[in-house]
Design a protein around this ligand. Structure first.
Ligand code: NAD
Length: 334
């Protein structure tokens, strides 16, 4: 039997999760919601995805454009076992009452507070915690990136200090900035460290800057070590860590631009780089301090997490079985 999945909010994250759901042999995509009949709605229809109006108030927009929707969100909720809420941050918490009323399980995204769900989730770090749960939050792109690498080396970690260099906007977003400035997050620590702590117990502090780029985030991570370790051992651990890939500057990976070009060369859909990219040469140990630099493709690293969260919530697979199946279905190489 396949789990019936709906997507509420067919934007950057929603459409990628929809694509990933369609690639699973144990899941069926029942439909997605749209607020207006824009090009994404037409494309969804072309792909054979049932399109629903996000609420009754939006129906008129579709009628005016002669765009036939199957129904509204309420109708979609009647047909699904789980809804992936990928609406703009904060809206998921407001939608939760509706999901509770219809008795549908829900996955929320990183724009929601941790208290919106029972568990904050990164598959390789705490898959088991989501087993059988009704409400799970897949944490943000940055938190997912930090958690993937830090959970792999957790036994060596005494204290983490990480600086997040954040992309200003996603490539299709013309409203956000800055266009020509660097915006420091003056509240220190930033919210990213406490967010990692909702997934794994770890001492961490973060600060953040927003810079004018749309491609990826970059993290500069410094770790006070609990016990001695060599850089090559950390590299070996990252080599063996799923959804983490090592890239070498020596081979031409000089910036986030080449990482995205690599994803394009793989013919990845939307140039998704689901894996966290660690620069091999950046992994260094000096005294009892470890340094490394990683990049996060904000539009896609959380996509496999949504798929694994569904399997955990319905207890459809063991952790590593789910991760393997998700990885294979999306061509994840690490
Ligand atoms: P987005 O703006 O690209 O997509 C949101 C979609 O929801 C849009 O299609 C919008 O039209 C639609 N929407 C608006 N109001 C709605 C309503 N009332 N009902 C249903 N749909 C509605 O946003 P996004 O970047 O995909 O972010 C979604 C969530 O994922 C947020 O919680 C965000 O914090 C999180 N997230 C985003 C990123 C990222 O970098 N884009 C990364 C990780 C997590």
């Amino acid at each position: 039997m396949k789990v019936k999945v709906g997507i509420n909010g067919y934007g950057t994250i929603g459409k990628r999760v929809a694509y990933a759901v369609m690639r699973q042999d144990d899941m069926k995509l029942m439909g997605v919601t749209k607020t207006r009949p824009d090009f994404e709605a037409y494309r969804a229809k072309e792909l054979g995805i049932p399109v629903y109006a996000a609420s009754e108030e939006f129906l008129l927009r579709f009628e005016k454009a002669d765009f036939d929707v199957v129904g509204t969100l309420g109708d979609l909720l009647e047909k699904v076992d789980v809804i992936v809420d990928a609406t703009p941050g904060g809206m998921g918490a407001r939608n939760k009452a509706l999901y509770e009323k219809t008795g549908v399980k829900a996955i929320f995204q990183g724009g929601e507070k941790a208290t919106t769900a029972e568990v904050s989730f990164v598959a390789q770090a705490n898959y088991e915690k989501a087993l059988g749960k009704d409400y799970v939050r897949v944490v943000s792109c940055n938190t997912t990136g930090l958690t993937r690498t830090l959970s792999a080396i957790q036994e060596y970690v005494d204290h983490v200090y990480a600086v997040m260099i954040r992309r200003a906007a996603d490539p299709n977003d013309t409203r956000r900035g800055p266009v020509n400035a660097i915006t420091p997050g003056v509240t220190v620590p930033s919210h990213h460290g406490p967010d990692v702590q909702t997934v794994i117990p770890i001492n961490i502090e973060t600060s953040a800057f927003i810079v004018p780029t749309t491609l990826m985030h970059v993290h500069s991570i410094m770790v006070d070590l609990k016990k001695p370790v060599e850089a090559k051992d950390i590299i070996d651990i990252f080599e063996d860590t799923t959804r983490v890939l090592l890239f070498e500057k020596e081979k031409g990976f000089e910036s986030t631009a080449q990482l995205i070009e690599f994803a394009r060369d793989l013919h990845r859909e939307w140039n998704n780089l689901y894996e966290i990219a660690v620069w091999r040469e950046s992994v260094n140990v000096r005294g009892n301090r470890l340094f490394y630099i990683q990049a996060v493709h904000q539009e896609s690293d959380v996509v496999p997490e949504n798929i694994d969260a569904i399997r955990a919530m319905f207890e459809m697979a063991e952790k590593w079985d789910s991760i393997r199946r998700t990885n294979e279905s999306l061509g994840i190489v690490g």
